[in-house]
Ligand binder design. Structure first.
Ligand code: PLP
Length: 381
């Protein structure tokens, strides 16, 4: 028997979304298997055009995943050994991994206390540290943490004044806006991920690069397909194999149609959580002029472990994004930091906890989560 009071709640509900999409998915997949253009071809082209129209950018280059999206931009712009790229310390590993993987040096900066975005003053310090260490700072990668646009309007002018270009890591943030402009239109290029749990998720891996730069677009198309030139088996640069599967492109075209509606539903759910939790936890803060896609709904709570255990007992899953800042990770410890410690990132890693978030939360489910969360506070005081 199912019981709405005690049934386990999914952290991300892809089943309800699947039911809503109905035959659109079968039709998308069978279209591809029938025309047989499995790699690149019409599905990828149509998806790229639709995604560009969605966010108001000139070009979208679809690729195999969000990590490759970032790597390919770094490669296209010639980033390599001796170069430094400033990244926030509080993010998923990819943001720093992509820098190290092209032979450049990630330099970690702290984040803002309110929005988890890269802190512009700490970025400036990181640039100075990089120069002092004999590196050439060339770029900065702000991250749309938890789905909220990074502080692009403050970051970009400071980066530019220092001679750095900006690559947006919008793996979590695609679909959001800042000052009325869609994510995808900030900086020199934007990397997006379609990993299944991201707000716009495929049924497998996928990613895209968004840019207004015609030359960058041209080079990226070549790089993702073995450095192809003007004709078959003409290789003009050393590339990689990083193409979006046509089946995933077809699935994403179907999901893009309902994406605006899902973004609205995520925003309603976030507001509902915040109204119910504001007085017992630090709920998310939106910067002025920013709209979020709520990749995660993340609160801060001092006794995080106790809180998670209390919710888990009632069948409510939570997650920690992320329990350790990157400058404390074994693989990244040796890289420079803006300061010996990055206290805001370190504190966030101790306190953050994410609640179930997707476009299919109902008030009944949220009431159950909110009540359980509130009962933790009354138990613990
Ligand atoms: C998910 C994510 C990525 C990587 O995306 P993949 O498609 O999994 O490679 C990069 N950066 C951030 C901030 C992410 O959350």
């Amino acid at each position: 028997m199912s019981d709405p009071e005690t049934d386990p709640i999914p952290f991300i509900d892809l089943v309800t979304q699947r039911r809503r999409l109905g035959r659109a998915i079968e039709e998308a997949v069978s279209r591809v298997t029938q025309h047989g253009r499995l790699i690149l071809g019409p599905e990828c082209e149509a998806f790229e055009a639709e995604l560009a129209a969605f966010c108001g950018a000139r070009h979208v280059v679809s690729v195999a995943n969000g990590t490759d999206a970032l790597i390919l931009v770094l490669r296209a712009r010639g980033v390599g050994p001796g170069d430094a790229v400033i990244v926030p310390a509080f993010t998923f590993a990819s943001t720093a991994e992509v820098v190290a993987s092209v032979g450049a040096t990630p330099v970690f900066a702290d984040i803002r206390e309110d929005t988890f975005s890269l802190d512009v003053d700490s970025m400036a310090e990181a640039i100075a540290v990089a120069r002092k260490e004999g590196l050439r700072p060339v770029a900065v990668i702000p991250v749309d943490m938890f789905g909220q646009p990074a502080d692009y309007l403050a970051i970009e002018p400071v980066a530019e004044a220092e001679g750095l270009w900006l690559l947006a890591d919008a793996a979590q943030g695609f679909g959001g806006t800042l000052a009325g402009q869609h994510i995808g239109t900030f900086g020199c290029a934007t990397g997006v991920s379609f990993y299944p749990s991201k707000p716009l998720g495929a049924y497998g891996d996928g990613g895209a690069i968004i840019t207004d730069d015609d030359e960058l677009d041209r080079v990226l198309r070549s790089l993702r397909n073995h450095g192809e030139g003007a004709f078959a088996y003409d290789h003009v640069r050393i590339g990689v194999n990083s193409r979006l599967d046509a089946i995933q492109a077809a699935v994403l075209r179907a999901k893009l149609k309902i994406f605006p509606d899902e973004i609205a539903a995520r925003n309603r759910a976030a507001t509902y959580y915040s109204e119910g939790l504001r007085d017992i936890a630090r709920t998310p803060v939106l910067a002025p002029g920013a709209t979020s896609v709520w990749a995660q709904y993340t609160i801060r709570i001092a006794d995080r472990d106790g809180f998670r255990a209390h919710l888990a007992e009632a069948g409510i899953p939570t997650a920690v994004h992320y329990p350790r800042p990157l400058h404390h990770q074994p693989a990244y410890r040796a890289f420079p930091t803006a300061r010996p410690s990055l206290p805001v990132a370190e504190q966030a890693a101790r306190e953050v906890v994410s609640l179930p978030m997707h476009g299919y939360l109902t008030p009944a489910i949220q009431d159950r989560i909110i009540e359980r969360a509130r009962s933790f506070v009354s138990v613990s005081v």
